[in-house]
Design a protein around this ligand. Structure first.
Ligand code: AQP
Length: 345
C-alpha cells in the first residue's frame, strides 16, 4: 500500500528504542543473543531513549496458568535487570500496567486486514494442530503494533522471527496515517525499523527450529554451569559430520553461530579452520564456546542472585508511570483523529 503522507521521518528528538519480551518461561540463549544483549548495548550507549517491556498480555494468547504467569513476570524482570537492562538508565515496565496498549490494539485492528494476520508465520506455527486457538493468538501482531506505535518508537531491536510482525507494524502506521490523517497534517505514527543483532536466529538444541521457550529446546541463560554444559554438549551440529575425520560446515552449524556471538574473532577463525579441516571434534569446539559463555555469564549470574522482587517493585512502578505519560499523549492524538470520545484521558 502506498501512502501520501510524509513518513519514515523520525520526530525531532532522540531515536526512541522500544522492544518487548514475553514472560512465557526461562530466558534463553536465543532471547539473549537475538535481542536482550542488543537492549543492554542500547542502554549502555545512552545515545537514544530506550523502553523495554515485559509483554504479559501477549503471553495469555496461549493456554497458561495465572500463578505461573505472575512468577514468570517477576523472574523475567529480574533476569533482564541482571542482563544490564537497568531501570535506572532505561524505562522498564510490564505491559498490562499500561492499559493503553490494549486500547490502541483495538483501534489499530480497524485498519488491519484479516488477510495480513492469516499470513503471519508465528500464528501458523503456534496454532497448527491445536484444539483451541484463541482469537488473541490471531490478533497478537496487532497488539505488537500497538506496543511499538504507542510510544512512536523508531528502532525496535528484535530477533529475526519478529521481523514479519514489525513489517506489519510499519504497514499499520502507514495505513493509519493514510486513513485518519490529512495529507498536509503531521502523521500520528512513524514507521519503526527493526534492529537485528549479528546473530538474529539461534536454533534450538534439537536443530529443528529456532530456540523457543515453548519448544523445550533451550538452554536457560541463568542455568547452572553443569546443566548448561550437559545440554550444550549434546546440541545438534552439522548432520553430515558423523566421524571426527569428516570435515564440518561451520556456516550451517548453530555452535559456530554462537561462537560468532560469544568468541573473539581469532577464536572464530580458529574454530572455522579446525572444523573445516576436521582437526577438532564437535565436543572440543563446544568446550571453547562454553568457556566463553562462562566468562560473560558469571557476572550476570552473580548480579541475578543479588536481586529480589521487593527491591525492584518501586522501579517497575516508576517505569509504568513514565511509559503511561507518553501513552496517554499518543492516545489523545489517536482518539482525536479517529473521531472517538475526548473525555477518557
Ligand atoms: N531463537 C531465537 N534466536 C534469536 N532471537 C530470538 N528471540 C526469541 N527466540 C530467538 C527474540 O527474543 C525476543 C523476545 O522474544 P519473545 O519471548 O517475546 O517471543 P518469541 O520470539 O516467541 O520467543 P520464544 O522463546 O520463542 O517464546 P515462546 O516460545 O513463548 O513463543 C524477540 O525479539 C525475539 O525475536
Amino acid at each position: 500500500m502506498t501512502s501520501d503522507v510524509i513518513l519514515d521521518k523520525p520526530p525531532a528528538r532522540l531515536a526512541r528504542v522500544f522492544s518487548g519480551i514475553q514472560p512465557t518461561g526461562e530466558l534463553h540463549l536465543g532471547n539473549y543473543l537475538g535481542a536482550v544483549r542488543t537492549w543492554r548495548e542500547q542502554v549502555e550507549a545512552g545515545t537514544d531513549e530506550t523502553m523495554f517491556c515485559v509483554v504479559d498480555a501477549h503471553a495469555i494468547t496461549v493456554p497458561y496458568d495465572p500463578k505461573e504467569l505472575r512468577k514468570n513476570i517477576d523472574d523475567l524482570v529480574l533476569d533482564l535487570i541482571a542482563c544490564g537492562v537497568d531501570p535506572e538508565k532505561t524505562t522498564l515496565f510490564v505491559q498490562s500496567d499500561v492499559r493503553e496498549h490494549m486500547e490502541l490494539a483495538w483501534y489499530l485492528a480497524s485498519v488491519t486486514p484479516m488477510g495480513d494476520l492469516s499470513r503471519m508465520t508465528q500464528f501458523k506455527d503456534k496454532g497448527e494442530g491445536k484444539d483451541f486457538v484463541s482469537t488473541g493468538l490471531f490478533t497478537y501482531p496487532v497488539l505488537m503494533s500497538a506496543d511499538i506505535l504507542l510510544y512512536k518508537a523508531t528502532i525496535v531491536p528484535v530477533g529475526e522471527d519478529q521481523v514479519q510482525h514489525l513489517e506489519l507494524a510499519r504497514e499499520t502506521a502507514r495505513r493509519f496515517n493514510h486513513r485518519f490523517v490529512g495529507k498536509k497534517q503531521k502523521p500520528v505514527f512513524f514507521e519503526p525499523k527493526a534492529r537485528l543483532s549479528a546473530t538474529p536466529r539461534i536454533m534450538g538444541l534439537d536443530g529443528e527450529g529456532k530456540m523457543s521457550k515453548s519448544k523445550g529446546n533451550t538452554i536457560g541463560l541463568f542455568e547452572a554451569p553443569d546443566s548448561f554444559w550437559k545440554k550444550l554438549s549434546k546440541a545438534y551440529t552439522d548432520p553430515q559430520r558423523l566421524k571426527l575425520s569428516d570435515p564440518g560446515r561451520p556456516e550451517i552449524c548453530n555452535i559456530f553461530t554462537m561462537h560468532k556471538a560469544m568468541s573473539p574473532k581469532e577464536t572464530q577463525d580458529e574454530v572455522y579452520v579446525n572444523c573445516t579441516e576436521a582437526k577438532w571434534g564437535c565436543v572440543a569446539c563446544k568446550k571453547v564456546l562454553f568457556e566463553n559463555f562462562e566468562k560473560e555469564l558469571i557476572p550476570l549470574r552473580t548480579k541475578r542472585e543479588q536481586l529480589s522482587v521487593d527491591k525492584v517493585r518501586q522501579a517497575m512502578g516508576d517505569g509504568a508511570s513514565k511509559a503511561r505519560r507518553i501513552a496517554v499523549e499518543t492516545m489523545k492524538e489517536v482518539r482525536e483523529v479517529m473521531g472517538l470520545g475526548s473525555l477518557g484521558t
